[in-house]
Design a binder for this molecule. Structure first.
Ligand SMILES: O=C(CO)[C@@H](O)[C@H](O)COP(=O)(O)O
Length: 219
């Protein structure tokens, strides 16, 4: 069985101890850091903006995926490109998704597109070949600590088929409600990576939690 790539979602951490959390992630087997920027418009929650991104940039040693849960993300691509190796935008937030993907790539970042649970894969058909990652939301975006939506497993399989049919190279990432109990099924459905917040940071041993998600066979 292959390893899953794991990216801890910083949203679920204690922001009073952000530096300490980043030190832990730096020492961990995490493949990259997942950073959710929320605007209170596209999603009903506000997370943080550039001052926090600057602080993360200073202390973090892992690659960063900036997950922009914001309306019209094209307004902020240039400024955010300074703080992440990959920028992931929501298909639902982009009127001109193809153009936004090209803008991300022209800024020198990898490009990801996220889909909300209700959004069908059809919106990716003509952009998938340009993507480094597709992020399937397994919860409605905005908050950590929600339950995994089981239909996501079917969606992962269909996405895998789309990627193969189009001869595309995009990674499949699954975000939300991922834990030690469902990670094997997510892997078996065809995911390449998972984003996890509460199952890592609510654990007594985040380093071990990351290891367990990366390799469901070690426990
Ligand atoms: O983007 C989101 C939620 O909107 C996720 O990245 C969560 O931050 C993942 O947290 P858990 O569901 O693992 O607690």
């Amino acid at each position: 069985m292959k390893n899953l790539m794991v990216a801890p979602s910083i949203l679920s951490t204690d922001f009073a101890h952000l530096g300490k959390t980043l030190e832990t992630i730096n020492r961990s087997e995490a493949d990259w850091l997942h950073v959710d920027v929320m605007d209170g418009m596209f999603v009903p929650n506000i997370s943080f903006g550039t001052p926090v991104l600057q602080a993360i940039h200073k202390h973090n040693k892992k690659p960063v995926e900036l997950h922009l849960m914001i309306a019209q993300p094209e307004r902020y691509l240039e400024v955010f490109s300074k703080y992440g190796e990959q920028i992931t935008v929501h298909a639902e937030a982009c009127l001109h998704l193809h153009s936004v993907v090209q803008q991300i790539k022209n800024l020198g970042c990898k490009a990801g597109v996220a889909l909300n649970p209700h959004t069908s894969l059809g919106s990716l058909e003509y952009v998938i070949k340009d993507l480094d990652t597709v992020c399937l939301m397994a919860v409605n975006p905005g908050f950590g600590g929600q339950d995994f939506i089981p239909d996501t497993l079917e969606k992962i399989k269909e996405l895998k088929q789309l990627i193969q049919r189009k001869d595309a190279k995009a990674f499949i990432e699954v975000d939300g409600g991922v834990n030690r109990n469902n990670v094997k099924e997510i892997l078996n459905s065809g995911a390449d990576a998972v984003i996890a917040g509460s199952s890592i940071f609510n654990s007594n041993d985040p380093l071990r939690a990351i290891q367990e998600l990366r390799n469901p066979l070690i426990r």
